[in-house]
Design a protein around this ligand. Structure first.
Ligand code: 5AD
Ligand code: SF4
Length: 472
């Protein structure tokens, strides 16, 4: 079944009914875009900007490719057989193009950046290929395709031009991502991002604040500042203040009740930033701090720039200052040369830190990265088994940590109707846990105190309480 990235529309109404409704409601000059997004928050943000630019030329989103005038696949190449996956998705649209030769099909994102013109060669029904630095050109690329030209835009830009962000986002909800920088200069040995998203460059703080003001005006109550390595915001090209100062500026925007950020690099997180959690009440008590491995040797091979003990000392400081703060991480298993003993070090680290949650991945060799050429590539079966063991252990820890919250009253920002029970509403705690509870939908977008009554694997259940003092 086809769905947009939230899956919402596709679940509610059968596809045929929806197509007829869309056709009936459509003004003759309106067009429809089917956009499917893979990967990280940066890609989500790029997709939102595409929709914003396309809105200028009367495109609105459809959840079904069958009635679309334009199809865009926004791709991710961080893991797996990303390129094959894209070709197989494109294959599904071949018939649609035959039935409707006016249909325009595009591929954007990191696979587009990596493959470039090869994609056009291998998929003759594809019209447009564009990388992450060329999102703002979507209208121009579309106009070229309408003239029956097949176009590729994968050139890198050095700086950031604010025109790239000059669009009104059509799907602003209570929560919004705001991109504060792009690219990455770290070149971790396993990672494709520096090759697909280019060198690190920051946006100016005034431009970021202006975007947050506009999002707040459109109803957003929570913003998440995103970048590959937000802790180095403003230290290289672009940017005029450091990251803690940027957070203060964003938190001072009227209407914004919560501020989050992702992703932090353990080598760059400063004590200044750690202290800010205590000084800025709008800053959510959650940090995502990817460790990648618990083995000193593997971390070195990964070129992460910190040791296990340096990582642990940052965790210790965070836990001492904010015992209730949620800490999550990313872990890769089966990196080249990883022995059973290295893997056990990772399990030991997970047992020591007791992360609230982890995102864990099997190492996947990426073309052109240093690690892809390393000796000692680990067998796929061993990688899969290590992933299973790690995930099992983390499941237990997450369940235990969720249980610890039962009986506590927590502040929840209401985000809408619960996905599991339409009679209930749903929101998140400052530590980013989902809480479902009974209350009127008019509470959407407000902060509510909720007594946690039950804990599940991935969510909490609660009962609304009288609003009292602010609590975490
Ligand atoms: N193989 C597996 N996982 C990877 N990640 C990045 N590159 C790879 C790779 N080649 C993971 C890291 C990163 C997350 C976004 O994706 O854990 O933090
Ligand atoms: Fe990739 Fe490392 Fe940059 Fe993260 S910090 S995007 S893992 S190179």
């Amino acid at each position: 079944m086809w769905a947009d990235s939230s899956g919402r529309q596709a679940r509610k109404t059968p596809a045929t009914v929806r197509i007829v409704m869309e056709v009936l409601h459509r003004n003759s000059s309106e067009k429809l875009v089917f956009l499917e997004t893979f990967g990280c928050q940066m890609n989500e943000n790029d997709s939102e900007r595409m929709l914003g630019f396309l809105k200028d030329i009367r495109y609105s989103r459809t959840a079904t490719p069958e009635n679309a005038d334009l199809i865009i696949i926004n791709t991710c190449s961080i893991r797996d057989k990303a390129e094959q996956k894209v070709y197989s998705i494109l294959g599904r649209f071949k018939e649609l193009k035959k039935e409707n030769p006016g249909l325009i099909i595009g591929v954007s994102g990191c696979v587009a950046q990596q493959e470039g013109a090869t994609l056009l060669k291998r998929a003759p029904h594809l019209d447009i290929v564009f990388g992450p630095h060329n999102v703002h050109k979507v209208k121009y690329l579309l106009s070229e395709a309408e003239k029956k030209k097949r176009v590729v835009a994968v050139e890198f830009k050095e700086g950031i031009d604010e025109d790239e962000y000059a669009c009104e986002r059509p799907e602003t909800g209570r929560k919004a991502f705001v991109s504060i920088m792009r690219g990455c200069d770290n070149f971790c040995s396993y990672c494709i991002v520096p090759y697909t998203r280019g060198r690190e460059v920051s946006r100016r703080s005034a431009d970021i604040v202006a975007e947050v003001v506009s999002l707040s005006g459109a109803g957003a109550r929570e913003v998440t500042l995103i970048g590959q390595n937000v802790n180095s915001y403003g230290t290289g090209a672009g940017g005029d203040v450091g990251f803690p100062e940027l957070l203060r500026k964003v938190a001072s925007v009227d209407g914004i009740q919560r501020v989050r950020f992702i992703t932090s690099h353990p080598k760059d997180i400063s004590e200044d930033l750690i202290r800010l959690f205590g000084a800025e009440p709008k800053l959510c008590r959650h940090i995502h701090l990817p460790v990648q491995s618990g083995s000193v040797r593997i971390l070195k091979e990964m070129r992460r720039g910190y040791t296990v003990s340096e990582y642990l000392s940052k965790i210790l400081l965070l836990r001492q200052l904010y015992p209730e703060m949620a800490i999550t991480t990313d872990i890769i298993v089966g990196f080249p040369g990883e022995t059973d003993s290295d893997f056990n070090d990772t399990i030991e680290l997970v047992n020591t830190v007791r992360f609230d949650n982890i995102f864990s991945f099997m190492y996947s060799p990426r073309p052109g990265t240093k690690a892809a050429a390393f000796d000692g590539q680990v067998e796929p079966e061993t990688r899969a088994e290590r992933l299973r063991v790690l995930q099992e252990r983390q499941k237990e820890i997450t369940a235990e940590r969720n249980m610890e919250l039962v009986g506590r009253t927590m502040e929840v920002l209401v985000e809408g109707v619960s996905k599991v029970d339409p009679e209930e509403i749903s929101g998140r705690t400052t530590c980013n846990r989902i809480v479902n509870f009974r209350a009127p939908l008019e509470m959407n977008g407000t902060l509510v105190d909720v007594l946690i009554t039950r804990a599940y694997a991935n969510s909490l259940r609660g009962e609304q309480r009288e609003r009292s003092v602010s609590c975490y």
